[in-house]
Design a protein around this ligand. Structure first.
Ligand SMILES: [Zn+2]
Ligand SMILES: [Zn+2]
Length: 312
């Protein structure tokens, strides 16, 4: 073994960051991004995350290192505003439990591969499926991978919380432009739980309509996820106290037809993973057995991941 090979960190084997070089952690209730310790021995940047390179004109330019320590990418990672339960979700730790989930994972990976930063033309995606099938996991993982690998500025937002932020803004004198502009500017926006709303349905439908159109006109893709089925689906969803409705009923025919125009719909079906985990824990505390589902799929998952991940 040569000396330089011996000095190079074996990042793929790093158990803390799984080779990504960056970590999202919760500190004092806030999600922060940090370079993993394994980047300190990076042979290119020696842990600074920055490199001087010579560009085509012969000028020396400062660039971010791809090891994960680049402060700019770390700021992007923290700026995704991922919910705390999903800060460790990646495409490689999503465990598909049926062929549809396998397909959804493949489509998520293709979205990451095909997206060319600052270039219009990427199709938007809408993940459709009942709760607990991994839709939020996929949204979080796509945003994370794009930020780390391509330096794409993304943002995660839960539809219901977004609505209440907008309402708060109005009462503090914020104009429609003030809340819409940051959502338009971000390169990839993920809106989770589309259709989950309060009592003012017409206004809520107007908000989602405006966000989707303004982003479409700016040539920036929006990722969506919803618990509400498309018309004609064999399953139903209604939050507590609600009758089951379709996505078309929740967002209105106009927004629904716009979604159809701009998005690829991806079904993420399956039983509720979180509920199953809870029931398994209840039945046999401390002795969780293998998961139901497709034999072999997910069997290699370490026990820890099967038992302590509440957010999927
Ligand atoms: Zn590491
Ligand atoms: Zn480096």
């Amino acid at each position: 073994m040569t000396e330089s090979a011996a000095a190079a960190p074996d990042r793929a084997r790093c158990s803390r960051c799984a080779g990504e070089g960056a970590l999202l952690l919760v500190k004092a209730g806030k999600v922060v991004a940090e370079a993993c310790e394994c980047t300190r021995t990076c042979p290119r940047c020696e842990g600074t995350g920055r490199l001087y390179e010579t560009d085509v004109r012969g000028y020396s330019v400062l660039r971010g290192c791809t090891c994960g320590a680049d402060p700019r990418r770390l700021a992007m990672l923290a700026g995704l505003k991922l919910p705390t339960h999903f800060i460790d979700k990646t495409l490689s730790n999503y465990r598909p439990r049926n062929p549809q989930q396998m397909k959804a994972l493949g489509r998520a990976g293709r979205f990451v591969d095909e997206l060319v930063p600052q270039t219009a033309g990427t199709r938007a995606l809408c993940f459709v499926g009942p709760p607990g099938t991994g839709k939020t996991h996929l949204l979080a993982a796509i945003l994370r991978q794009l930020a780390l690998e391509k330096g794409v500025r993304g943002r995660y937002a839960e539809f219901f919380l977004l609505l209440s932020d907008i309402k708060d803004g109005y009462s503090n004198g914020t104009s429609a432009r003030d809340w819409l502009e940051p959502l338009r500017e971000v390169e990839v926006l993920a809106i989770d739980e589309v259709g989950k709303g309060g009592k003012n349905r017409e206004w809520e439908q107007g908000v989602i309509d405006e966000i989707i159109s303004v982003r479409y006109n700016a040539g920036r893709p929006t990722l969506l996820a919803t618990n509400y089925p498309r018309p004609g689906a064999t399953w139903k969803f209604g939050a507590e106290g609600e009758v089951g409705e379709t996505l078309e009923q929740r967002v209105g025919p106009r927004v629904y037809s716009r979604l159809h125009e701009h998005c690829d719909f991806i079904e993420v079906l399956g039983s509720d993973f979180r509920r199953e985990q809870h029931e398994e824990r209840e039945r046999a505390p401390g002795a969780v057995q293998g998961r139901r589902g497709i034999p072999g799929v997910g069997d290699a998952l370490p026990l820890k991941s099967r038992t302590d991940r509440s957010g999927r």
